[in-house]
Ligand binder design. Structure first.
Ligand code: UDP
Ligand code: MG
Length: 315
């Protein structure tokens, strides 16, 4: 008998928790019917400071299935990344999966994932999922494609486009992820950073079972920016490069001005160009200061050693 821990972050998911449980139970019944090895699900729901009755639903589900269903409830909304961190730290299964509660990460895929990982001589330690066709508006699709291009170019980690957070991991892979204590957590980056071999499964995207997504386009943009700063120092190099370039150009300009003054005399014309150059340069300086500031703020948050989440209740 092997245990599969299922880490399921929930934020205002009152209508979906039971739906998720019922669907996943059926998948495990099918898994155990078709395999000699028996697998036991170990549900670990994380209530990420929901404002609705998600916690009540979890409590009831735990009371009905005290051995199988566990939950952790945060004292406020800490974000999905913190929910992952809490889940990974408290999941004790032989295999660990992270998945959305809204059934956009189809539990049926678990069967294929187990088939890949639970082989005696498998080379894989993690199975990830990639959405084949994702129905989203063109602006979102464009922004998301650009994000993957930029982060793969600018950092040493490689992230597959349209990869979901949904994945099944072996014990040793989870232990490796747990070795990373950082406060700023971009899990797709962390998962890629630890290495090991990943097998990707492709599947058709499905709409949410119920409820609405909690991500606005601005939140996604902010999230991308954080990810970039977490895993790349290219923006800092870019700032240095721009500074160097402008320095060289101004030296050439200076030589030109001196030579002109010696041979042709000075001129009083050109105040407009001087003002625009000054404005441009102050802009560049502020931009670079902003980049440096972003990294300093990350260092600041890391050095505080604050907990990534606070647990108010867990069963
Ligand atoms: N979620 C969370 N904390 C948050 C936002 C979302 O735990 O602050 C959970 C949410 O309940 C869901 C998963 O993260 O199980 C993915 O969220 P959502 O479905 O809104 O995102 P999408 O699938 O649209 O990327
Ligand atoms: Mg979703």
């Amino acid at each position: 008998m092997k245990t599969i821990s299922l880490i399921v972050p929930c934020y205002n998911e009152e209508p979906t928790v039971n739906l998720f449980y019922d669907t996943t139970e059926k998948v495990f019944a099918q898994l155990n019917q078709t395999h000699d090895e028996q697998y036991r699900p170990d549900y670990l729901f994380i209530n990420d400071g929901s404002a609705d009755n998600t916690l009540d639903v979890m409590r009831k589900l735990h009371n009905q299935h005290p051995d199988e269903v566990h939950y952790i409830s945060f004292s406020r909304n800490f974000g999905k990344e913190s929910a992952f961190a809490a889940g990974l730290a408290n999941a004790h299964g032989d295999f660990v999966a992270v998945m959305d509660v809204d059934l956009q990460d189809p539990p049926e895929l678990l069967i294929q994932m187990v088939d890949i990982l639970d082989q005696p001589n498998t080379e894989y330690d993690v199975v990830g999922c990639v959405q084949k066709s994702r129905r989203q508006n063109p602006i979102r699709a464009f922004l998301s494609a650009s994000f993957y291009k930029v982060i793969n170019k600018m950092s040493k980690i490689q992230i597959k486009q349209n990869v979901r957070d949904y994945r099944l991991m072996t014990r040793r892979y989870v232990d490796a992820v747990l070795e990373m204590p950082e406060y700023n957590r971009f899990s797709k980056g962390l998962f890629s950073w630890v290495g090991f071999k990943t097998k990707y499964l492709e599947y058709e995207g499905v709409p949410r079972a119920a409820g609405t997504t909690s991500w606005s386009i601005f939140q996604l943009f902010d999230y991308s920016l954080e990810a970039l700063v977490d895993f790349s120092d290219v923006p800092l190099k870019l700032a240095t490069f721009i500074g160097g370039l402008i320095c060289s150009l101004s030296i050439i300009g200076l030589i030109f001005v001196i030579i002109r003054a010696i041979f042709f005399g000075g001129s009083v014309n050109g105040w407009a160009s001087i003002v625009s150059i000054i404005l441009f340069l102050s802009g560049v300086q502020l931009f670079c200061l902003g980049i440096v500031g972003k990294y300093i703020s990350k260092i600041y948050l890391e050095t505080k050693h604050r907990p990534k989440f606070i647990i108010q209740e867990s069963r």
